[in-house]
Design a protein around this ligand. Structure first.
Ligand SMILES: [Ca+2]
Length: 487
């Protein structure tokens, strides 16, 4: 067993002792039945697994090659397929082929062939005729094993000043990195290989002091028309007031971020008590860290502020007169023009050994930097749902699939630029089978339907609202909208 008090070093122990323990979920399963490639695909998709396995990097490869050693056939089917008509190889879960482990002999582009891994030897990939009957590997849960994201980060070791770094990223990738939440922050820390201590990110301050209000919780958008300022607020009284407080009459006020105060946290996963009054006095940035660590975030957005639970708590003579809320303003902008409110300390440079906390730095200094590649694109042409689908498949990859809240946030930032009121997604109603599905074959698990949707109706597809809360609506698929493709 392993104990944590000695740096995780393992030691021998009587197996009958009662101890806490750590389980793990296997994400891939070897099926020791001999099937043609197509039958193997159907099996994986139908047996509560997810799909034939996709390998996008060395970690995936290692995970899979450990499994295939147990196989009873010399090769094992992967979810790798040759698209005869488009003349390309692709992964069945729509991943582009980035990582490769094929034979040096090269691949013939031929119809009716699929990719298989050697059970022994170096576990390389070979093309096989898809009527061969082989063991196969299914993946469970997510399409991609280790990383499955709508955007990819690239750490560039070469040292450049901020402007040169921005230029480099825009040429070779999409832009300098945009960080939208804590999960992204962890990805950033993970890619900072070796002894590199800090790197430029895409946040910059060139607005000459023009401040913008944001809500702390990622995905909650500030709406000027819903504000509830006290009379003559916000007023920058006595200097800069960049943080928001809530009076117990539910009116808002701007306050200096450095004055410690009680605060309200919001917890989205606790259905009994969503709002938590913290009686300790903290500065705004410390209060934010506290809420993000123990709950979800500082209370954010008018929907949360108008919750009955908050109204009951807020009364004259109650437990507080004023609390910090998740409202702040700053002069920082993301290089790619997106309006994500996520901040992790101050500004444009991320320092890896301080939990990735950001600090402000002279933009002329030369540092390594982090670019990102966007894997989705908004097409500002008006097309019917079917024409949009074919456009994506011809020019890019597919109409977009949204499987979780993070995907939703990334996409809703894109649709703001659309010229139509709705934007098509790869969501379709199967009339004869009576269910909604993603064209990428993903099951519709995460949902963001507007109230009253979706009614089941024939010839309907799913579109996202361009404005408002960016919820999903079913629309007649002959309507013409902008749309979003996977790249
Ligand atoms: Ca004020």
């Amino acid at each position: 067993m392993t104990g944590f008090n000695d740096g995780g070093r393992w030691r021998n122990e009587n197996c009958d002792q009662r101890k806490p323990f750590i389980c793990y979920d296997d994400k891939v399963i070897l099926v020791k039945e001999n099937k043609t490639w197509k039958d193997a695909l159907t099996y994986c998709r139908g047996h509560h697994h997810h799909d034939l396995v996709t390998i996008t990097n060395m970690d995936d490869q290692k995970l899979v090659q450990e499994k295939v050693k147990e196989a009873s056939t010399p090769f094992i089917w992967l979810g790798l397929r040759f698209h005869c008509f488009r003349n390309i190889w692709f992964w069945v879960c729509k991943e582009k082929i980035s990582y490769q482990n094929s034979t040096s002999a090269g691949w013939m582009n031929d119809c009716n062939i699929s990719g298989a891994m050697q059970a022994g030897g170096e576990h390389r990939w070979f093309q096989r005729n898809d009527t061969e009957e082989l063991n196969f590997i299914c993946s469970k849960g997510q399409c991609c094993l280790i990383v499955c994201q709508l955007y990819q980060y690239h750490y560039v070791k070469e040292e450049k000043n901020w402007t040169e770094a921005q230029q480099y990223c825009r040429e070779k990738h999409t832009d300098l990195v945009t960080v939208t939440n804590m999960k992204d922050m962890k990805r950033l820390i993970n890619i900072s290989a070796g002894d590199q201590r800090e790197a430029w990110i895409g946040l910059y301050d060139q607005t000459h002091g023009t401040r913008t209000w944001y809500w702390s919780q990622p995905g909650v958008e500030f709406d000027e028309s819903e504000t509830n300022w006290n009379t003559n607020e916000p007023n920058d009284y006595g200097g800069m007031q960049n943080c928001g407080i809530l009076w117990n009459n539910l009116k808002w006020d701007d306050k200096s971020c450095n004055i410690p105060s009680k605060f309200l946290c919001y917890n989205e996963s606790n259905s009994f008590q969503k709002f938590h009054l913290i009686q300790e006095n903290k500065k705004w940035i410390e209060a934010q860290s506290y809420c993000r660590e123990k709950h979800t975030d500082l209370i954010s957005g008018t929907k949360q502020l108008q919750d009955e639970e908050v109204k009951n708590e807020s009364s004259p003579g109650g437990r507080y007169t004023a609390v910090l809320m998740g409202l702040f303003r700053d002069t920082w902008r993301w290089s790619d023009g997106s309006s994500f409110s996520f901040r992790h300390g101050q500004c444009a440079l991320t320092v890896f050994d301080d939990g990735g906390r950001w600090k402000n730095e002279n933009c002329g200094e030369r540092k390594p930097f982090i670019c990102y590649d966007d894997k989705v694109i908004l097409i500002k042409e008006n097309k019917t749902w079917e024409d949009a689908l074919y456009y994506c498949r011809d020019h890019h990859d597919d109409l977009v699939t949204i499987t979780n809240m993070d995907d939703q946030r990334w996409i809703q930032e894109k649709v703001k630029e659309a010229s139509t009121d709705y934007v098509w997604m790869g969501l379709r109603y199967a009339c004869t089978l009576d269910f909604w599905f993603w064209v990428s074959n993903e099951v519709v698990r995460y949902k963001n339907w507007a109230k009253g949707e979706p009614m089941d109706d024939c010839d309907m597809s799913g579109a996202m609202e361009t404005g408002g809360e960016h919820q999903w609506r079913k629309k007649k698929d002959t309507e013409k909208f902008n749309f979003i493709c996977f790249k």
